[in-house]
Design a protein around this ligand. Structure first.
Ligand SMILES: C[S@@+](CC[C@H](N)C(=O)[O-])C[C@H]1O[C@@H](n2cnc3c(N)ncnc32)[C@H](O)[C@@H]1O
Length: 403
């Protein structure tokens, strides 16, 4: 059965709620029976990650606080603990799924795991800023009727510098007839369709069998990767990686001959990151420069450039004004610089933290009266500086312009 499910006036949270009612049925019918098998896998230290997913997430996991949106019965989330996460919070709108996930965590003794009932499009606010990694497992995004609120929710959950990892079915796979022995288009489906539809087969078939044709509806939207990335970009996240994979993550085309497999995209992955620092509404910080006072300018410059491989960006000697700026190129987070200035200093040195922004006036507007500032002043080398002192007495310079 395929029919139009929603229009722009529909109440997205209410549709999500009904979809979760349908997943309650599927959880009781299917996943309850798989409980012991999942627990055995987890007790053995296993996880549920496919090689493609592992490649996306592996570097981010060690010691990470992970939130999984649409965590279903908890196998993915508990597997992420086995794969190196320090803690995991799973969020799912189906209370039955969350109940099963909690029972699974208890059965394997995973005290670092917790599970909450919540909508992925408006995840619990108590989790804001707590995730090093937000992970959405396979088969998640099609159940969402709107992506912008989801993107905003992900951005809320991530700490600055935290990453989202999406590994999802490719929407192109929705175009092919699953029963066909070759490549055949489903006549009623288009890649650019926007209307949510119920798809034939699992999981809808389970709900129909148990609850009959009048059971809860579970419409899907096969979001294109471009739409997913736009939702993330408009929520202020940076897209760091986008990959497509030929391997389907479930056996949805059992009758395809080998000549078809491997020639079409069946899954995709996205890694996106919340920018490291946002100067709270004043635009991103675009560089970090740390000034170190030293009694031996030549010595430290030689040390950092010859030994450490930093690049000398600038060096000057105007009589009393002597110094050098060394740049760290190819950093993950953008440009960072060390500035050395020769002064007589105590043996433990002196330092100021210098933060570069795109728009100093906007930064100062946002800062308002909340912290004393000296400046801004225009510096002879073409930058504008504002001076603050942090609570420990270290000078902080926020600047715009040249390093
Ligand atoms: C296909 S399952 C995810 C499967 C899981 N990745 C795995 O491999 O076991 C989809 C899950 O999304 C949940 N879900 C659907 N809509 C949701 C929403 N709006 N918010 C939170 N969870 C939702 C369902 O309850 C279900 O547990």
């Amino acid at each position: 059965m395929e029919r139009r499910m929603t229009n722009e006036n529909d109440d997205v949270p209410a549709i999500h709620r009904e979809t979760a009612d349908a997943w309650d049925v599927v959880a009781r019918e299917k996943y309850g029976a798989e409980f012991d098998e999942h627990v055995a896998l987890l007790r053995g230290g296993g996880d549920n990650l496919l090689p493609e997913e592992r490649a996306l997430v592996a570097d981010l996991l060690p010691g990470a606080r992970v939130i999984q949106l649409q965590c279903s019965h908890g196998l993915d989330a508990l597997g992420l603990l086995n794969a190196g996460a320090a803690s995991v919070v799973g969020v799912d709108l189906s209370a039955e799924m969350v109940g099963q996930a909690r029972a699974k965590a208890e059965a394997v003794g995973a005290s670092e795991a917790s599970f909450l009932v919540g909508d992925a499009a408006d995840p619990p606010h108590e989790l804001d800023g707590t995730a090093d990694v937000v992970y959405t497992g396979r088969g998640s995004l099609p159940w969402l009727m709107a992506l912008e609120p989801w993107g905003r929710g992900v951005a809320r959950l991530l700490r600055p510098g935290g990453s989202l990892v999406v590994y999802e079915g490719h929407p192109l796979a929705n175009l092919w007839d699953r029963e066909s022995t070759g490549l055949a288009l489903r006549p009623e489906v288009g890649y650019f369709d926007v209307d949510p539809k119920e798809a034939p087969g699992f999981p809808r078939s389970v709900v129909e069998r148990v609850a009959g044709p009048d059971g809860p509806r579970m419409p899907e939207r096969h979001w294109r990767p471009g739409q997913v990335m736009e939702a993330l970009l408009s929520a202020g996240l940076e897209v760091r990686a986008f990959r497509e994979y030929p391997k389907p993550f479930w056996n949805q085309f059992p009758h395809w001959p080998p000549s078809v497999h491997g020639r079409l995209p069946n899954a995709y992955g996205i890694v996106a990151r919340r920018p490291l620092a946002s100067a709270k509404g004043a635009g991103p910080i675009t560089g970090l420069k740390v000034r170190l006072d030293t009694a031996d300018l030549d010595g430290v410059v030689a040390f950092y450039s010859d030994l450490m491989g930093l690049r000398v960006v600038e060096r000057w000697n105007d009589g009393s004004d002597v110094g050098a700026i060394l740049g760290l190129t190819d950093t993950v987070t953008g440009p960072a610089f060390l500035e050395f200035v020769p002064v007589e200093v105590p043996s433990n040195g002196g330092a100021s933290v210098q933060i570069r922004v795109d728009d100093l006036d906007r930064f100062l507007d946002v800062l308002g009266e909340r912290w004393p500032v000296e400046g801004p002043v225009d510096r002879p080398w073409g930058s504008r500086y504002a001076y603050l002192t942090d609570p420990s007495g270290v000078q902080v310079i926020v600047y715009e312009g040249r390093v």
